[in-house]
Design a protein around this ligand. Structure first.
Ligand SMILES: [Zn+2]
Length: 341
């Protein structure tokens, strides 16, 4: 796709900071139809001192923004940035990241000053969920849980069409107690992600069989060959996910639960047994539709762009906003940055 094929209402630099990679993209479009053009990945800078890590991440975000800005055919409207961990979206603060070590970093304010752009700041998983809700597997739904299953398990919880942040702490699905005796890195026992994350499935299979594997996809393959260790480990993961999904169905009654990340690459090998066990488990609850996420590793960047587009939409006066939905959107200068983002 060339830049010219995409209808441009907004032009956003979107950046998704992950534990190992920083993904960046120029995203063109509007809050209902956003598409990435020009994307690239870089290794996440990690230094011994967490403050040095956050400073290096900020430098990299500024560098990527300048680079994509130079390559863009249109002036940049905003920067959308998402990070992992505990995130205060409103204040634009990265409160805590276990993986990257930082505490209370005011990304929004610093990056608005350094780039001169309005900055939308958010949480990687919630932003990815927002992208799935607008552009992917949860489109058209108002109540859904979107859960990437990778190194850990987190979830974006959409209720009544809005992402529920719970002060930055909602959606920690991986730490639901599903009733086993193993200890989690969080200090509790029984956590879902100890047996059902993609990493856990790979690790538990390797330990049990003595055959090292690189990821859960290899366990799924072994299971299809009839490998007894793979079948057992997979079954335990499905059982734990059934318990967790039943709790979600009981408490939130979502229309759908959407799985992404490494474990979801197994598609029907995950969904079919989970669907079967869940329908045996639920009694009166609404059976959620179980689906696989559609946007893959682009979800975070697209979500970051949508946060930025939503922020610009809110700042646009109402009469201009109506026109913005049509094709005749007049390009106005962005309002000067004033908020705390
Ligand atoms: Zn835990």
């Amino acid at each position: 796709m060339t830049l010219r094929d995409v209808p441009v209402n907004r032009c956003i630099v979107a950046i998704d900071v992950g534990g190992t990679e920083v993904k960046s993209a120029l995203v063109y479009g509007n809050p209902k139809d956003a598409r990435p053009v020009l994307s690239q990945r870089r290794a996440t800078p990690k230094l011994a001192d967490p403050r040095a890590t956050s400073a290096a991440v900020i430098d990299l975000v500024v560098e990527l923004t300048e680079q994509l800005g130079r390559q863009s055919e249109h002036p940049l409207d905003a920067l959308g940035l998402v990070v992992p961990g505990i995130v205060d979206d409103e204040a634009g603060v990265g409160v805590y990241s276990a993986n990257l070590g930082w505490r209370d970093v005011p990304f929004g304010t610093i990056l608005a000053e350094r780039t001169g752009l309005p900055v939308a700041f958010g949480h990687d998983v919630r932003a990815g969920g927002l992208a799935e809700a607008r552009l992917g597997a949860a489109r058209g739904l108002s109540d859904a849980v979107i859960a990437p299953i990778g190194t850990g398990i987190a979830a974006a919880i959409m209720l009544g069409g809005r992402m529920h942040a719970g002060g930055g702490l909602a959606g920690e699905l991986g730490h639901m107690n599903v009733g086993h005796e193993l200890t989690c890195a969080c200090g509790a026992t029984g956590c879902l992600e100890v047996v059902a994350s993609a990493s856990a499935v790979a690790r538990r299979y390797s330990t049990r069989s003595g055959r090292p594997v690189h990821g859960s996809a290899e366990v799924a393959e072994a299971m299809q060959r009839g490998d007894a260790d793979a079948i057992k480990v997979w079954r335990e993961a499905v059982e734990a996910l059934t318990t967790a999904t039943a709790m979600l169905a009981t408490v939130l009654s979502p229309e759908a639960v959407i799985f992404g990340g490494g474990l979801a690459m197994a598609r029907d090998l995950l969904l079919n047994p989970l669907r079967a066990r869940l329908s045996e488990t639920l009694t009166f609850q609404r059976m959620p539709d179980l689906r696989i996420a559609q946007l893959g590793s682009d979800a975070g960047c697209l979500g970051a762009a949508l946060l930025a587009m939503d922020m610009l939409e809110e700042r646009t006066p109402r009469h201009t906003r109506t026109m913005a939905r049509g094709r005749l959107y007049p390009r106005t200068k962005p309002e000067p940055f004033r908020g705390t983002h």
